[in-house]
Design a protein. Structure first.
Length: 326
């Protein structure tokens, strides 16, 4: 059994169908440091060299965890370079986060990135709680084990079943609750996923998702995977902002980089809990039956199911979402 103190403990299925380690790309949004300073700190602690691509875009090349992109997280960075555009970027720095985007990382890379996270904190990085409009987050792009339904459908169903508990166990900073990219799945989608079950066909799940969650604004954004699998089937809900790739795009967490007790591993544990639940047919069945029983008749507050879900997970030894026992 994995020790509770093991950082970035392995997923239940740690390798791809080809026998290679599953990799995870990470996106960290933060304030308190401009992109030039942030890039310089990345290079100092991870090695490599910095290169300015544009007014708001830097790269750190050949670090010990690969290349990193560091930029202001705004669509303005893609606009043609003009004095007006650069002035708008300068003004926007007060509320626009700097984003660090990594290459796909193995466990050693994730550990090294978490060490960088601590260095950024010490140098003044600010997270979600640093301002009223600081709706910053951390996104994990976890590589799927394979393109088969059994590698994709169970984690999606598991996440849908325990999402309310995940949000209650580690509440999202209030600034992200009012922003559109942290919305919970609608009950209609959860109900359809339960009806389809762990063994559902991918095409059936993709159709249900397109009808009930036609947006990227969810804690678990499945559109990148579905676009990678069958862009034509999902064309009605895809936009130019959707990057097709074989990864679960987990975007629920806050970024609490200025909190000395917070780590990237705490966010990793959330996703690992999802996959641990997904790996147990009996737990998914119990959660599915419990969810349906809790959603008969008059809709109850999400907190009601979150509490019941947490009790089931605790009984099964699976209540590890950022600090519980492994």
């Amino acid at each position: 059994m994995t020790s509770p103190d093991t950082p970035f403990a392995p997923l239940p299925q740690p390798e791809t169908a080809e026998g290679k380690p599953r990799l995870t790309g990470v996106e960290i949004e933060l304030g308190g440091l401009d992109e030039a300073r942030c890039a310089a700190l990345c290079a100092r602690h991870l090695g490599g060299r910095t290169r300015q691509v544009d007014e708001a875009i830097w790269q750190v090349e050949d670090s010990r965890i690969g290349d990193l992109k560091v930029y202001l997280d705004t669509a303005l960075r893609h606009a043609d370079k003009t004095a007006l555009r650069d002035a708008a970027l300068t003004v926007g720095r007060e509320v626009i986060p700097v984003e660090i985007v990594t290459d796909p990382l193995d466990r050693d890379g994730l550990i090294a990135l978490d060490e960088l996270r601590e260095q950024l904190r010490q140098d003044g990085a600010v997270g979600s709680g640093g301002g009223v409009f600081f709706g910053f987050g951390v996104h994990l792009n976890v590589q799927i084990a394979s393109d088969r339904a059994e590698s994709i459908v169970p984690p999606l169903l598991a996440y849908a079943l325990i999402e309310d508990w995940l949000r209650t166990a580690n509440p999202i900073d209030h600034t992200r609750r009012v922003l559109p990219f942290a919305a919970p799945y609608h009950r209609r989608l959860v109900r359809r996923l339960i009806a389809l079950g762990r063994g559902a066909k991918l095409t059936h799940v993709m159709d249900a998702y397109a009808q009930e969650a036609p947006s990227r604004n969810f804690g678990l954004d499945m559109l990148p995977i579905f676009a990678w699998l069958d862009a034509a089937r999902m064309s009605a809900v895809l936009t130019s902002a959707t990057s097709a790739r074989p990864t679960f795009h987990f975007r629920l967490p806050d970024c609490r980089i200025d909190d000395a007790s917070w780590t990237l591993d705490s966010e990793w544990r959330r996703w690992r809990t999802v996959e641990r639940v997904a790996a147990s047919r009996d737990v998914v069945t119990e959660l599915s039956q419990g969810w349906e029983a809790a959603h008969v008749g008059v809709p109850l507050p999400r907190a009601f199911w979150a509490e019941r879900c947490g009790a089931i997970l605790s009984e099964r030894g699976l209540a590890d979402a950022g600090g519980g026992p492994a």
